[in-house]
Design a protein around this ligand. Structure first.
Ligand code: ATP
Ligand code: MG
Length: 400
């Protein structure tokens, strides 16, 4: 390119939004972008009804685009140059932007937002095209051009762009409230977390660790996963629950076949307690119907029974292949398949009950004072704020 892009033009997602909702959407998106791009000093953000502009002020385009592409609430974005809203400056801008020495096919697509601009879109298209045709070997192709030249004329400026990059879609994180997500070291819960954030829900994570039965590596793996999904909302708070005592009690007082079910009920109680403390209105999981014994509808019924909070299960009806595809897309898959033991895998009974009964669960739980243990778990939780790009306590190289 003969000219440096100095702006990024951002198109909003979910355009059906109106009135106050739309205002909140745009404000939240701007806040989230600012937070995500805090490492780049002096970026300037300008919002309008249907567009946002980031003025790069000399920053490299690519690293900024890489981050913009992960922020929810954006349908697409384009690197742009900003020129004065006159035909002369538009023509000058296009000439500077294109490398006219290398022949290509092109199409011009102008939009005149400012109806006071004296030249209509059609005429802008034709004027720009004839300037290119006269000055080069470039050819027009209206169906599949190599280069689509987009021009937006507004009252105070005109923007010239050649690429339209798909955004992450969804809603800006935070406009959908907060949820506490049960984050394991597996494939599903990071994907579920991502999908919740995509709908605008700000998440915190809770992880159940059972040292010394689970290793420090397993814990680091979960924190690595948290770090991989953190950029979608800026940062991520992870609550690590010391679960060993409660888990051993389950094995002491209940038959092995009910261990997983009771463990899940305890997890749900602790997650609900933490959710209330942290002002969350829902709990999230990576459960998927039928995937394993503890994910039958009968299991979900008895697990759900311990809480009145809504439980969000974004992957509940997805096939494993679909979930894996998303895991690959968001870059968590490779970390999720690392072979460190989770507390569930270690205590997995040989024959877990697939159709647990509520009265049985209640009968076994009546055998000991689990409530105190649940309260202790909540009290003894270790809270870690994971920042994207921040290295964890342990060298991450060790994990790969
Ligand atoms: P995942 O891939 O998310 O681990 P999974 O297919 O292994 O899921 P399960 O192990 O049955 O399924 O777990 C179901 C859900 O329970 C998980 O998606 C997660 O939300 C929660 N969960 C399981 N183990 C833990 C844990 N140690 N800490 C926090 N949440 C957990
Ligand atoms: Mg798991």
């Amino acid at each position: 390119m003969a000219y440096h892009y100095d702006h990024i033009l951002i198109r909003y997602g979910e355009l059906s939004l109106k009135g106050k909702n739309r205002k909140n959407f745009i404000q939240k998106l701007k806040d989230n972008l600012k937070k995500a791009l805090a490492g780049f000093k002096d970026l300037e953000f300008v919002t309008e009804y249907d567009r946002m502009y980031i003025y790069l002020h000399g920053h490299e385009l690519e690293p900024v685009c890489a981050i913009v592409g992960k922020v929810f609430g954006i349908s697409s974005f384009s690197p742009a140059i900003k020129v004065e809203p006159t035909m002369e400056d538009i023509l000058g801008g296009v000439e500077h932007l294109l490398d006219l020495g290398t022949p290509k096919t092109f199409k011009v697509q102008a939009r005149r937002h400012d109806k006071m601009f004296p030249v209509n879109s059609d005429t802008i298209n034709r004027t720009v095209a004839s300037m290119i045709l006269k000055g080069s070997d470039w050819k027009v192709d209206v169906h599949t051009p190599d280069v689509l030249i987009m021009i937006e004329v507004r009252q105070d400026a005109a923007y010239i762009m050649t690429d339209k990059i798909p955004g992450a879609g969804g809603f800006p994180v935070g406009i959908g409230g907060r949820a506490m997500v049960l984050l394991s070291g597996g494939i599903d819960s990071p994907v579920a977390s991502y999908l919740m954030m995509k709908r605008g829900v700000h998440i915190e994570a809770v992880h159940f660790a059972a040292p010394p039965y689970t290793s420090a590596d397993a814990r680091e793996k979960v924190l690595s996963l948290a770090r991989l999904i953190a950029p979608y909302q800026g940062d991520l708070v992870v609550h690590v629950v010391p679960f060993t005592t409660l888990q051993l009690a389950i094995y002491q007082y209940a038959p092995e076949s009910y261990a997983i079910t009771l463990m899940r009920r305890m997890m749900m109680r602790i997650a609900t307690g933490l959710a209330k403390e942290r002002h969350c209105l829902a709990v999230g999981t990576g459960e998927s119907v039928g995937q394993v014994a503890s994910q039958t509808l009968e299991s979900m019924y008895v697990i759900n029974n311990v809480t009145t909070m809504p439980i969000l299960r974004p992957v509940v009806c997805m096939d494993k292949v679909e979930i894996i595809n998303i895991a690959r897309h968001i870059g968590t898959y490779e970390t999720s398949i690392l072979p460190f033991e989770d507390c569930c895998t270690i205590f997995t009974p040989k024959a877990p009950v697939t159709k647990p009964k509520l009265d049985k669960c209640e009968e076994y739980e009546a055998r000991w004072d689990w409530q105190t243990m649940v309260d202790d778990c909540i009290k003894m939780v270790e809270t870690i704020r994971v920042q994207p790009g921040q290295s964890l306590q342990k060298d991450e190289e060790d994990l790969f």
